[in-house]
Design a binder for this molecule. Structure first.
Ligand code: HEC
Ligand code: HEC
Ligand code: HEC
Ligand code: HEC
Ligand code: HEC
Length: 362
């Protein structure tokens, strides 16, 4: 481990009940030599755990290797590193090297999280369990999720492969959680609410997106004020993958060319010595509020007083919201999760208490 600068959060997992860390945070595949071929595949587990398996199959964990957004990027940058998180078992990696196969296609499967060295890992052992279960109090905790959900920009070896990490965060979800108002809770408080706890809904779930951000619009003189509040996420919105961003849009149908846009997004710049520094971060921390003030005149004055304004919040998964023809994907690149049409003259007047909050102009 000394050779790698593992992110502190992942390294801390090694200090808990476990002898060795469960996850290498992408630096190596999970050694599954001690697992039988059956134990490695979700098919075996599904025979006795059909409910967990059904939820998992439709989750992003179940689609971590096969989904079109991942596959498009992986084709552009086919690093072993990607596979170690998106299809982490050593046997999956071997399959990928042979051109792919059904085990790799299972992505982050049951064995990745639950099976090590002939044992089932879990937070508790049920009385009816047939397994040789190792009970880990930390199983499913934020440190556990950090094994894949918290890492820095990578460093590259002479062979062009990733061999360590820089000091600059790339996916910062768990650190954001740990410094936010939900730090004493669990990721599962929000991501484990499906009936069998394995759907792990996130940004690909419109209801999750709606529960994350509360918005309101009000009128202040000649301007419209948009207030966004991160009410329902235990980390920034958006978080995770670097390309994800949210577009806030306001426009009149009669003058779409005057479209107002604001992005909750991040920008990075390469650093000498490796990695990339975050030079802009307008993502909204847990519990935080952002106020945007948009002069109505900026949206075009042509429309009659009876013309409503269009408002939209759109979560974009990819760097390109509208892919060029040859880059087109088999799944949506965005989710438009909030829309409204409002007459400026009928909007509520803004409360004066908003005045002491940060007001951002475009
Ligand atoms: C022959 C049936 C059977 C198979 C196959 C099976 N399980 Fe289980 N498992 C059970 C039963 C029964 C329990 C007790 C709790 C329950 O009914 O859900 C259990 C419990 C568990 C638990 C909770 C911890 C415990 O020991 O109570 C986990 C985690 C688990 N199984 C994971 C897996 C995984 C991963 C696989 C595939 C590698 C798998 N199981 C395959 C029957 C099975
Ligand atoms: C991303 C990691 C992850 C994956 C993948 C995963 N699980 Fe789990 N599993 C968890 C977590 C977290 C819990 C809840 C632990 C707790 O009690 O807080 C859990 C709990 C369980 C339990 C115990 C339920 C109980 O009531 O005791 C079973 C059974 C189980 N998983 C089976 C499966 C099966 C089968 C698959 C594959 C189809 C699977 N898991 C895939 C993380 C995962
Ligand atoms: C072995 C690595 C691994 C572990 C452990 C893991 N995840 Fe994931 N998770 C992933 C990957 C990879 C994806 C992205 C899948 C994709 O390509 O869409 C993902 C996706 C997700 C998503 C969906 C995000 C979205 O909107 O697209 C959520 C939510 C999530 N994970 C939560 C958790 C939580 C909570 C835990 C801990 C209980 C956890 N994960 C543990 C690898 C992991
Ligand atoms: C208080 C509820 C809450 C807690 C706690 C929480 N999340 Fe989330 N999470 C959400 C909501 C709501 C979304 C959807 C909004 C979004 O995607 O930003 C989300 C989205 C995500 C996504 C999708 C990625 C993205 O870019 O938006 C990932 C990955 C994720 N969460 C992982 C985690 C992990 C890991 C933890 C624990 C360290 C955690 N979450 C704790 C509510 C929560
Ligand atoms: C250390 C673990 C790790 C490594 C290494 C890694 N990823 Fe991921 N990746 C994740 C996690 C966790 C998520 C989920 C975060 C989110 O939902 O925003 C994710 C999400 C993604 C997504 C978004 C998928 C979606 O459903 O929208 C893409 C695309 C992606 N990764 C591509 C890659 C590529 C390409 C590589 C290699 C160049 C790579 N990843 C390396 C952990 C990793």
């Amino acid at each position: 481990m000394a050779a790698f600068a593992l992110p502190a959060l992942a390294a801390s997992l090694a200090l808990s009940a476990l002898a060795a860390p469960l996850f290498s945070v992408g630096l190596a595949p999970i050694d599954d030599a001690a697992m039988s071929a059956k134990e490695r595949s979700a098919k075996e587990c599904a025979s006795c755990h059909p409910n967990q398996a059904a939820e998992w199959r439709h989750s992003r964990h179940g689609a971590a290797f096969t989904n079109a957004i991942f596959q498009r990027e992986y084709k552009e940058e086919p690093l072993d590193w990607c596979v170690h998180c998106h299809a982490p078992l050593k046997s999956q990696f071997a399959e990928v090297k042979r051109g792919g196969g059904p085990l790799a296609d299972e992505g982050v499967n049951c064995a990745v999280c639950h099976v090590r060295a002939g044992q089932i890992l879990a937070r508790r052992k049920n009385p009816t369990s047939p397994h040789n279960t190792q009970v880990l109090p930390d199983f499913g905790s934020a440190s556990f999720c950090a094994g894949c959900h918290q890492f820095n920009f990578p460093l590259f070896g002479a062979d062009g492969q990733v061999n360590g990490y820089s000091a600059f965060p790339m996916q910062n979800t768990v650190a954001q959680f740990r410094s936010g108002p939900h730090q004493n809770g669990r990721c599962a408080d929000c991501h484990g609410r499906s009936p069998f706890g394995h759907a792990f809904p996130g940004a690909h779930d419109a209801n999750m997106l709606r529960s994350a951000l509360r918005y309101s619009l009000c009128r202040q003189g000649g301007a419209v004020r948009v207030t966004l509040h991160n009410e329902g996420a235990g980390h920034n919105v958006p978080t995770g993958d670097v390309h994800r961003h949210i577009q806030v849009r306001l426009w009149r149908s009669s003058s779409p060319e005057r479209l107002y846009e604001y992005s909750l997004t991040r920008r990075y710049q390469p650093v000498a010595g490796g990695g990339k520094r975050t030079v802009l971060d307008t993502t909204l921390p847990s519990g935080a509020t952002r106020i945007l003030s948009v002069p109505l005149a900026q949206l075009g004055s042509a429309g009659p007083a009876t013309e409503p304004l269009n408002f939209e919040l759109r979560y974009v998964y990819t760097i390109d919201e509208f892919p060029f023809h040859r880059n087109q994907l088999q799944e949506p690149t965005y989710e438009s999760f909030a829309r409204a049409r409002l007459l400026p003259d009928q909007m509520a007047q803004c409360a004066t208490t908003d005045a002491d909050r940060t007001v951002l102009s475009p």
